[in-house]
Design a protein around this ligand. Sequence first.
Ligand code: AMP
Length: 147
Amino acid sequence: MNTYKQILLAADFSEHGQRVSERAKDLKDRYQARLSIIHVVDNLPITDATYGPVIPFDIDLTEELMAAARKRLAVEAEKLHIPQDRQWLELGSPKLEIIRVAEEQDVDLIVVGSHGRHGLALLLGSTANGVLHHAPCDVMAVRLKTQ
Ligand code: AMP
């Protein structure tokens, strides 16, 4: 039977995220694995077609966002008993950063929600889809429905 040793939970702190966290914790307990958590602050540049070129990303705003996200991540990690050295806060594309950390940390299972903050309209959210296609390991997409 397959045994997972390093599980990575991708947390976007969305409405249904609690179910994803619970599933990751359950898998961690079943496999007696190490659980890590990652949250990625999206560094989408601020754009407006009217102004033509991209407005440079605001560094102060980024730092504020990262500080707020770090606090939020620590709260979630504490609930799951995940120590600080297994809490990953990254800046960039969620899909790419989740995959990068999974590779670097020899993760063998990534747990994501089927959907995140962008709603339940699609069959699979774009982060979930991207992770599923490019991950170096197994991926569990926890099916999230409206009820
Ligand atoms: P999405 O594909 O964006 O609808 O989100 C699907 C799942 O991907 C979420 O339930 C999370 O598990 C994960 N995810 C999305 N955005 C992030 C993010 N910024 N940081 C970490 N995980 C994320």
